[in-house]
Design a protein around this ligand. Sequence first.
Ligand code: HEM
Length: 138
Amino acid sequence: MADGKEFTYEEVSGHSSKKDLYLVIHDKIYNASSFIDEHPGGEEVLLDVGGQDATEAFEDVGHSDEAREILTGLLVGKLKRKPGDPQPRDLDSQLKSGSGSKPATDGAGMGVMLYVVVLVGAALAFGAYKYMETQKDK
Ligand code: HEM
């Protein structure tokens, strides 16, 4: 089986042309040359990550199961990581924790919290003001 073959980053980086295009996704090596003309996302994006770690680019798009099936057909081997090689971002743990790669919702959540705090503060201040007024009349 071809998937037993191991490539170092250096070897993979030599395969970055359209006719000879290797991508690293989750530490596996895929030969995308036969697929590049059919890629719905276009050839440009694949060439951009040719010979490099494309894990982040691939996962950011949120490719379908069908796309992942195509991938298995393109497998040529796995990555032999050497000390000093670039490390991929820990996507798996991000996906598991559910936060994904878009913390934008957290930002929105913070905005809403701030709004609530201001409103509650205003209500309390108003209540205190009214209370002081009733005290004054006595
Ligand atoms: C060999 C690796 C890849 C395979 C087999 C592949 C396969 C596919 C497939 C089948 C689709 C159609 C939608 C879907 O089923 O999810 C798609 C869409 C797309 N792909 Fe890839 N892809 C690969 C790598 C990449 C990479 C590295 C990028 C980099 C950004 C990328 C960007 C996109 C984009 C932007 C779309 C959406 C196109 C649209 O909806 O107009 N793909 N890909």
